[in-house]
Design a protein around this ligand. Structure first.
Ligand code: UD1
Length: 383
């Protein structure tokens, strides 16, 4: 029996963990035991609990309740807490997902204890080290034993940093195993899509059933914490919604909401343009998000996960950033980088609404990423 210790903490990790835990339960329960630790990085019900209940993720055995603080504080406290529970649980391997501070803390705590780190969503790079996520990814990949990349670009990026597949194993810190697994988020979209469309009543509540609308998410610090950038994004939304006479739905991450309140922009003139149709709603659950994505004509986002979900739903995406880890989407012409620039956002949105892209080839695997990962974990030597 392999004992896996899974570290989660932030919203996108709950979503990815759901896919792996589901397949462990369905097909690998004889060979794999999973123990989950929640760092508590995300603690709001709308960012955490709702994902566990809706996606039927097993209850975490441990919760560090770390909450929000500076990067050093938050990561440091996580490392301390994770170390304690790794020593107690004595797992064969520690699974970390993506690129958040919870990922970094889990990877460092495990590697220092010489417990193999299994990094899921390895190899992604924005080549912009001012993003905390870029530092987290690079560090985590370099201390991992098994690396699962969702895309071939991820495998190439790892190769350029000297991390290459070291044959059939056994794998170790110094002889890493690099695998192209496909994307767990695609597994989830396929699994939950029908359920979401049947169960979620959000579109009818918003009176948007069958009607065109634009879906927007904004939560990255360089968009939220730089007042000019957030204002520019909202100005662009006002322009595009009034020019094209189309509603814009903006579920607010708590960080974005708090900043808009603090600067007075939530109550100020920014959202009061009489011709615009921006509608602010609270952060939504996974099923509601899938419904919004499936119903939208166009998606604008600075989230990595939402960029991919746009692709899974065959929707064009305007990326509110200057670079993307998902270069395939941009190269295919189905996503356009627009930063926080009013003209670029408006032009890209108009182009996509007038001429939506038609072709979305399969670049994120076949929906079997969880099974591929578990096959490697149960059939190769890495412990
Ligand atoms: C984190 C990840 C980011 C990921 C995002 C998904 C890092 C460095 N960043 O960003 O990669 O895309 O999660 O959502 O790990 N807050 C709440 N309630 C919560 C959690 C946060 O109100 O439950 C607010 C607090 O004001 C907090 C701020 O959001 O200070 C930032 O939270 P934090 O977890 O540090 O980063 P995210 O922006 O959520």
């Amino acid at each position: 029996m392999i004992k896996l210790f899974t570290i989660v903490g932030a919203r996108p990790q709950f979503i990815k963990a759901a896919a792996l835990s589901r397949v462990i339960g369905q097909e690998f329960s004889e060979d794999v035991k999973e123990v989950i630790l929640h760092t508590g990085q995300h603690y709001d019900i709308s960012l955490s609990d709702v994902f566990f209940s809706e996606m039927q993720i097993p209850e975490p055995a441990h919760n560090l309740d770390i909450g929000s603080s500076s990067h050093g504080d938050q990561t440091g406290m996580m490392i301390q807490g994770i170390e304690k529970y790794i020593l107690m649980e004595k797992p064969d391997g520690v699974i970390v997902y993506g690129d958040t501070n919870s990922t970094l803390a889990g990877a460092l705590a495990a590697a220092k204890l010489h417990i193999p780190v299994i990094h899921i969503e390895a190899g992604l790079r924005s080549f912009n080290k001012s993003m905390p996520e870029e530092i987290n990814r690079i560090t985590c990949d370099h201390v991992s034993t098994l690396l699962f990349s969702p895309t071939l670009t991820g495998i190439e990026n790892l190769g350029k940093e000297g991390i290459t597949h070291s044959g059939p194993g056994p794998y170790s810190f110094d002889s890493q195993g690099v695998f192209h697994s496909g994307d767990l988020m695609y597994d989830n979209t396929l699994f939950f899509r029908e359920q979401a469309i049947q169960k979620s009543s959000l579109l009818s509540k918003l009176e948007l059933d069958g009607k065109p609308f634009i879906l927007v998410t904004v939560h990255r610090p360089y968009n939220t914490d730089v007042r000019e950038n957030l204002r520019n994004i909202v100005k662009a939304l006002n322009l595009i919604s009034s020019e094209m006479n189309i509603p814009v739905i903006l579920p607010l991450h708590p960080r974005t909401k708090e900043i808009l309140k603090r600067t007075g922009d939530l109550e100020g003139s920014l959202f009061k343009d009489p011709l615009s149709h921006i509608r602010l709603i609270p952060a939504v659950s996974f099923l509601d998000m899938i419904c919004l994505e499936a119903g939208a004509s166009l998606i604008l986002t600075d989230s990595g996960g939402v960029q991919k979900e746009a692709w899974f739903m065959e929707k064009p995406v305007v990326i509110l950033r200057e670079e993307s880890e998902w270069v395939e989407i941009v190269e295919a012409g189905n996503g356009r980088l627009a930063g926080a620039d009013v003209t670029r956002i408006v032009n890209a949105s108009r182009d996509y609404l007038e001429n939506p892209p038609q072709s979305f080839p399969s670049i994120f695997g076949n929906g079997n990423a969880a099974r591929e990962i578990l096959k490697v974990l149960t059939t190769t030597q890495w412990r």
